[in-house]
Design a protein around this ligand. Structure first.
Ligand SMILES: *Cc1c(COP(=O)(O)O)cnc(C)c1O
Length: 366
């Protein structure tokens, strides 16, 4: 059986250090907002080359806290429009609508699967205030054109970096440091994953960092003084200690993912398969390895019958979901094509070359 992602093995990879970190937290007597939190924020900010990192409870909260902060700071107001790729995980859109903002869905490119930068301008209106750029599947979605569009139209560039920890742009800058602010999720299955829910906001804007921190702590910047009607969204010490260990191995773990990806790229020769478009080194950290296949469901069943677990990211596009009925009639053919044909092959830092070869042989045989 080849699992899609063997999280038990992923954790065992650094088991001794993780156990030591857990024990340190148990012994410390401090379980929230302590030393581990402070150090993780410092280390993750340094890793990204950003001045500020604020831990929070999860990735959806990170997106929400950024936009709530911009509203508190008077830089945005409810009803403003935020451009977002139509092909994304639902949380990107939920983070926008939770703040009373309006998501404007833009189609991805069929080759990159990321937002099509040539379609953004036509969606900008006088109410557009921000672009939420999602580095989906672990691939850098940032382009020079996107930077130009944001600058020319005064758009706040916010990155959803939930799937691309450690990824770089063409100039070698990390995703999560390319815009005005970035949201990170450390859900266990992400490239940088915790032992439960965790997230963070990074930015170079000190006012934004302070506002996000206060909003995530009941709206308080000093004890028992409440400036905003905030929420409780904090990163706990156990998760921060775990993430400090995992962060040290992130680049090496991503390199291992890339070597599995290279093996797939070279080995899968079936003409029925569309492989991910190649990217320069470092610009794809392969959170997922998405292929397209005309008979996706048949291939998935065949792989399952032969002991290979795969997933679909995602089976139903956000605009087709019941929770967004107002969008159900939109026609987004590229997004719909992806959702009907995408299949994610197993990939992780603990997958072996032999396992990858088994997957390759089965796909070529199908
Ligand atoms: C996982 C994910 C999120 C949400 O992160 P959580 O920590 O699960 O809340 C947001 N956006 C994208 C693209 C994701 O993959």
């Amino acid at each position: 059986m080849i699992k899609f992602l063997d999280l038990q093995k992923v954790t065992r990879l650094h088991e001794a250090e993780i156990s030591e970190a857990m024990q340190r937290v148990v012994d410390s007597g401090r379980y929230l907002q302590g030393e581990e939190n402070r150090l993780f924020e410092k280390e993750y900010a340094a890793f990204l080359g950003q001045q500020y990192c604020v831990g929070c409870a999860n990735g959806l909260d990170a997106i929400t806290l950024i936009y709530k902060a911009y509203i508190q700071m008077g830089m945005m107001k409810p009803g403003d429009e935020v451009i977002v790729p139509a092909n994304t995980f639902i949380a990107s859109i939920l983070g926008i609508t939770r703040c009373g903002l309006t998501p404007i869905l833009v189609e991805p490119r069929q080759d990159t699967l990321e937002i099509d930068d040539s379609l953004i301008r036509q969606h900008i209106t006088p109410r557009t205030r921000s672009l939420l750029l999602v580095h989906l599947y672990g691939r850098c979605a940032y382009t020079e054109a996107i930077a130009d569009i944001c600058e020319q139209n005064n758009l706040l560039l916010v990155e959803d970096n939930a799937q691309a920890h450690g990824c770089k742009d063409r100039q070698g800058r990390r995703t999560g440091s390319l815009g005005h602010a970035a949201a990170h999720s450390f859900y266990p299955g992400k490239n940088l994953g915790a032992l439960g829910d965790a997230g963070a906001v990074t930015t170079n804007d000190s006012q934004l960092a302070d506002t996000v921190r206060a909003l995530g702590n009941y709206g308080s910047a000093s004890k028992y003084v409440f400036k905003y009607q905030g929420v409780n969204s904090r990163l706990d010490e156990v998760q921060a200690a775990m993430l400090r260990v995992k962060l040290r191995y992130l680049d090496a773990d991503n390199e291992r993912r890339c070597s599995i990806a290279r093996r797939y790229m070279e080995g899968i020769t079936s003409t029925a398969v569309t492989l991910p478009q190649a990217m320069p080194e470092g610009m794809n950290v392969f959170h997922l390895f998405p292929i397209m296949h005309e008979d996706r469901d048949g291939l998935q069943a065949f792989l399952a019958d032969n002991g290979v677990e795969t997933l679909i990211h995602y089976p139903i596009a956000p605009h087709r979901q019941e929770c967004y009925q107002q969008m159900n009639l939109m026609s987004l053919p590229v997004t719909e094509y992806i959702h009907a044909h995408e299949l994610s092959l197993p990939i992780s830092p603990v997958m072996t070359d032999e396992e990858a070869d088994t997957v390759i042989q089965l796909i070529n045989k199908y």
